[in-house]
Design a protein around this ligand. Structure first.
Ligand SMILES: C[S@@+](CC[C@H](N)C(=O)[O-])C[C@H]1O[C@@H](n2cnc3c(N)ncnc32)[C@H](O)[C@@H]1O
Length: 197
């Protein structure tokens, strides 16, 4: 399967939550929060058709790794069929089950978790489960980066991580808030909002 129709996938599965992939402008803005000069391991929740994945693969070092967690079967198959790169593994599971595919040696050692899943669709308990699992796999100082349509993640993120910064990207359909959250970090404020254009 060389191509996948994002809109048709959305029609079949409303958890896809968007009718088109994220704009490249927004992808770049989110990825500005990643230090590409170093080797890293990044877990991506909800890669969809891979717009972030391909950008990351272009920029990251040969020693870096990408672990993709995609709930939609069609997207997961598309990613497996179209990405031929030894740095990538694809798992067709829910983000809340991420710990089941993270090897013992990687537990608590992940540098970044990048998430596009629609947290607003999850109830309070599911949100907490995903955030706790995310915190468990991240290393100390590791980052949780999430692009979301609203501020609904602020409270749960504060409860689990105790910090976040937010940046806005208005030129995307839909407009996104970009969350930058650090595991046991001190560099982020408690809800600093920067409106960078
Ligand atoms: C808004 S789309 C983002 C797609 C892509 N990352 C982009 O930026 O264009 C959300 C993606 O998250 C996936 N998804 C939704 N809920 C999920 C969950 N609980 N675990 C893993 N993936 C999920 C959807 O199938 C979809 O691929």
């Amino acid at each position: 399967m060389g191509k996948i129709d994002f809109f048709k996938t959305f029609i079949k599965d409303r958890d896809v939550a968007s009718i088109i992939p994220t704009s490249i402008r927004c992808v770049k803005k989110v990825c500005n929060h990643i230090d590409f000069s170093k080797d890293f391991t990044l877990v991506e929740y909800g890669p969809g058709d891979g717009v972030f994945t391909r950008f990351l693969l272009d920029k990251m070092s040969s020693g870096s790794r990408l672990i993709l967690i995609e709930a939609n079967e069609d997207f997961a198959r598309h990613l497996k069929d179209t990405i031929d790169d030894p740095r990538v593994t694809v798992h067709n599971i829910l983000a809340g089950d991420v710990e089941s595919v993270i090897g013992e040696e990687d537990m608590g050692q992940i540098d970044y978790v990048l998430s596009g899943i629609p947290f607003s669709f999850l109830d309070k308990e599911r949100k907490r489960i995903v955030l706790q699992a995310t915190k468990a796999i991240l290393k100390e100082g590791g980052k949780f980066l999430a692009y979301q349509t609203s501020g609904h993640l602020k409270k749960p993120v504060m409860e689990v991580f105790g910090n976040y910064d937010i940046e806005m990207e208005m030129l995307n359909i839909p407009p996104y808030l970009i969350y930058d959250v650090v595991k046991n970090g001190t560099q982020n404020g408690n809800g600093t909002v920067s409106d960078s254009k």
